[in-house]
Design a protein around this ligand. Sequence first.
Ligand SMILES: [Mg+2]
Length: 234
Amino acid sequence: MAEKPALLIFDVDGTLTDSASLTRSAFEKAIEDIYSIPNSSEGIAPYGKTDQGIFREILVNNGITTTDFRTQFDNMSRLSAIYLEKGLKASKLPKLHKGIRSLLERLATEDDIFLALGTGNTKINSYIKLDLHGIGGYFPVGGFGCDDEDRIKIVETAYNRAINYYKVDFKKQFTWIIGDTPLDIECGKAIKVKTIAVATGNYSVDELKQYNPDMVFSTLSDEERFLSLVRQTA
Ligand SMILES: [Mg+2]
């Protein structure tokens, strides 16, 4: 075992791949089926939010009661996963961001680097999105949008599950949240781990810098810089 194992907790949309707009239309189709309300997510900015958080906002915006929220969410997400998979297969849109495939291939060969997901997407949607590009297998563990509505709890879950899964007691100064939104950075700070922001989503390098992540990259294509950063001592 390496002396200083690093845990890298990756966000999905805007960081690894881009299919957030397809998630939105899958949500809308499922909600239209269940509640007969079209275009239900209009006016909602999803960036960095969790699937449960987005769903609650949609229900509230459309005047739908949330008294049985968890069951409502489970029903919607089961249906939306079917629409998402169909939408992804029919679309030319979803691509991996620049350098991601090569970075993941490289990280997989490093025995001091361990990977997890920390995402607002449900587990099923996360792997639908990643398996489309053949990269789901790099992430055997994670925290997901079906685990909690609160993104901080999701990344905390990802961290704890990774410790159990890999049987490595990851130190927080060698644990990194990698994401494309201010919310990813805030979550990393909240659980006292390191943060890397990447400007491949909806926020620019300058916008992300204002939230003081440990590092901002325009893309994750410089493998050597990325590796030397995550291996730095605290
Ligand atoms: Mg994201």
